[in-house]
Write a protein that binds this ligand. Structure first.
Ligand SMILES: [Zn+2]
Length: 235
């Protein structure tokens, strides 16, 4: 999973990450920045320096990743703005080649509230394509074609986000809540993303049919696929 800022992976895909980790799969989070300028208002108001804020956000994100069972890597590329560079894309190619992901999660390509998010998505997608090229000069084997899922942005309607995948995260929701609580700088988001999981859970049940015996308190996360689903059975 590739995110622009240190907290993004928790709100938007913490459940997906925890599900993978609890299955025994490797879950890796790459944070392009710490969100030190744009998503740390509380720390700025407390009078911390930029370096102090980066350290605070890094430690918070490490704790959140641990709560989800994920590895985490920080590229410290700076935020507000997160600048797209060939060097940063190359670093992501090397992450792909090294980790050989089965699935890629990132931001949607539109976000009129936050240019760093689409910038992260563009670099994540470009690096994925480059990592597939046999002639690209980076260690490891060419990447296959891991499906790309966009996770839910904070303002879905303005970001052209229409869910086409609803993931049942009920079994790991407590882990997601614990991870959210590792991010006190964004405390105002805890209940918002708990409520969102409840609403997406209601929609999941509605789309799953009435007789599956899903529990009343189903929680879910929403995603959009970028590429077609590949299958030999329509189900
Ligand atoms: Zn962000």
């Amino acid at each position: 999973m590739i995110s622009a800022h240190a907290g993004d992976f928790v709100w938007r895909a913490g459940g997906a990450i925890a599900l993978a980790a609890h299955r025994g799969d490797r879950a890796k989070v790459v944070c392009l920045s710490y969100g030190e300028r744009g998503e740390s208002a509380k720390a700025w108001r407390a009078g911390h320096t930029l370096d102090e804020i980066k350290t605070i956000r890094r430690e918070e994100a490490e704790h959140a990743a641990a709560a989800l069972g994920a590895e985490i890597e920080f590229l410290d590329a700076g935020d507000y703005p997160l600048v797209e560079t060939p060097e940063l894309v190359d670093r992501l190619v090397r992450v792909y080649r090294d980790s050989e992901p089965d699935v890629v999660l990132t931001h949607p390509l539109a976000d009129p509230y936050n240019g760093d998010h689409p910038a992260a998505a563009r670099m994540a997608l470009q690096a994925r394509v480059l990592a597939q090229a046999a002639g690209y000069d980076a260690p490891g084997e060419p990447l296959g074609a891991p499906p790309v899922f966009f996770f839910e942005p904070h303002q879905p309607e303005q970001c052209d986000f229409k869910p086409d995948v609803l993931l049942d995260i009920t079994p790991v929701f407590e882990a997601k809540r614990k991870a959210m609580e590792c991010l006190p700088a964004q405390r105002h988001m805890w209940d918002y993303y708990t409520d969102l999981a409840v609403r997406r859970g209601v929609q999941l049940k509605r789309n799953a049919g009435p007789n599956l015996g899903l529990p009343h308190d189903t929680r879910a996360e929403a995603f959009m696929r970028l590429y077609p689903q590949v299958t030999d059975t329509l189900a």
